[in-house]
Design a protein around this ligand. Structure first.
Ligand code: NAD
Length: 443
């Protein structure tokens, strides 16, 4: 099938490339000339495991190309809108990119078309997209369906190729439904849930908000574990083995971040208030998560004896999670800023996110590798669990530091092993096993 993707960011590029891999003929469109130029030369603009090779393979096979113009829409059967929906100052979703994309699609289309919205949009946006296309191109037949995306950055290719489910909101439009079924047919035995358009839009927000609530919940349980001597890693295992609960998203840490959970929870909470149906659980999760970054900086200060002025803190891992270069709403930004406010000298390292982090972190030193960041420091903070960090030799790391204090905000290391390596170790919610910091700043 001939397909156009409008918006070639994390979602659009992964969607377009994977649809080409499935055998469709795909054009990915973006307004960003540099991005499209780079992609034509085989340069992948985002860090996403497996993506660059898949782009090259499909471009070579003639199934995938890139453009700044919309001419491919005229010959496409389906168009996916995958542009950004960033938050407005009041937390609601900014739909300007989506409506501009819809207008451009309307102007470029020449025949019957199915327009699928992959961007995360508030319930009812499908109606506005439909209006935008109709006013740009009165008299032509088209269908607007909602097809929310559930991929996770860092494992986006696998998530797209092996999704738990595909959700299609077509309001019973049989032609649109058949086109969407044909798009996804090469995936094989994947549940395709056909629902109303508004329902599909809500499935996306409700899913993200639920996962965000789970993270915020386990983080508050972690705090209670610390206060009561329980170990949240074991509590989470004990909870997660219950199939009604599930093990995912029960890892205590510095709070959720990234381009989706923070903005989608705020947008859902706003929609709840606007519709006289507040989603109080989500509002509580937002509040809890917002407070967490400062609380994590406080944990570092306590681990260092209560005063970090003039002390060097090495922060390992900046992106909101491993496997991506995305720094949007990364917890590290708030933690680094609070540590700097408290007077610490901060050094940072990240395997993929340093370029994106440069404009966000202010006056910090960017180290070439983890060892260089940690060497001579008074504390090492693990903020994101990149594989490379798990392979570090803790003994040499501790020995290279001025004071071997470790604050493991991801509970990635075994507290006993860290202590054996010479670290004064603090994890998150590990009240029962955390090694009480022996170090106290000398008066
Ligand atoms: P992004 O900012 O990385 O990419 C959006 C792209 O769209 C940019 O490259 C921009 O230049 C381009 N664009 C904007 N207007 C355009 C237009 N009129 N024509 C052509 N290109 C245009 O955004 P993203 O992270 O890929 O997210 C896209 C949408 O998908 C958002 O609604 C997001 O909430 C949703 N989503 C994101 C993820 C994720 O993990 N990033 C997962 C699921 C859903």
């Amino acid at each position: 099938m001939r397909i156009t993707i409008v918006g070639t960011g994390y979602v659009g590029l992964v969607t377009g490339t994977c649809l080409a891999e499935l055998g469709h003929e795909v054009t990915c469109v973006d307004l960003d000339d540099g991005r499209i130029e780079g992609l034509r030369r085989g340069v992948c603009p985002i860090h996403e495991p497996g993506l660059e090779a898949m782009i090259a393979r499909n471009a070579r096979a003639g199934r995938l190309d890139f453009s700044t113009g919309m001419s491919s829409v005229a010959v496409s059967e389906a168009v996916f809108i995958a542009v950004g929906t960033p938050p407005m100052p009041d937390g609601s979703a900014d739909l300007r990119q989506v409506l501009a994309a819809a207008d451009a699609v309307g102007r470029a289309m020449r025949g019957p078309l199915v327009v699928a919205t992959k961007s995360t949009v508030p319930v009812g946006t499908g109606d506005r997209i439909e209006q935008a296309i109709r006013s740009a191109r009165p008299g032509l037949a088209f269908s607007v369906v909602s097809n929310p995306e559930f991929l996770r950055e860092g494992s986006a290719v696998g998530d797209f190729m092996r999704p738990d489910r595909v959700v299609v909101g077509s309001d019973g439009d049989l032609r649109a439904r058949a086109v969407m079924d044909a798009v996804y047919a090469p995936l094989g035995e994947v549940p395709v849930l056909h629902v109303g358009r508004r329902t599909a839009e809500m499935v996306k927000y409700a899913s993200n908000a639920f996962l965000a609530v789970k993270v915020a919940f386990v983080n508050e349980i972690a705090d209670l574990c610390e206060a009561t001597g329980a170990d949240v890693t074991e509590v989470a295992r004990g909870m997660g083995l219950d199939r009604r609960i599930g093990a995912g998203f029960l890892e205590a840490g510095p709070g959720y971040g990234g381009s989706c959970f923070p903005k989608d929870t705020r947008a859902l909470a706003g929609a709840g208030r606007d519709n006289g149906s507040p989603v109080r659980i989500v509002e509580a999760a937002i509040l809890s998560n917002d407070r967490r970054r400062r609380a994590m900086a406080g944990k570092v200060v306590r681990a260092m004896g209560g005063d970090v002025r003039g002390r060097t803190v090495a922060v390992l891992g900046l992106t909101f999670k491993a496997g991506t270069d995305d720094m949007r709403e990364a917890p590290s930004v708030g933690i680094v800023s609070a540590l700097r406010e408290a007077g610490a000298v901060v050094r940072v390292h990240d395997p993929a996110g340093m370029d994106a982090a440069r404009g966000l972190l202010g006056d910090v030193a960017f180290a070439d590798d983890a060892s260089a960041a940690v060497s001579g420091a008074d504390c090492v903070v693990l903020a994101t669990v990149w594989e490379d960090y798990l392979g570090l030799d803790l003994g040499s790391l501790a020995a290279s530091m001025r004071r071997p204090v470790m604050v493991d905000l991801r509970n990635a290391f075994d507290p006993a092993a860290a202590a054996r390596a010479g670290f004064s170790y603090t994890g998150v919610g590990r009240g029962g096993t955390a090694v009480t910091p022996a170090f106290r700043r000398a008066a």
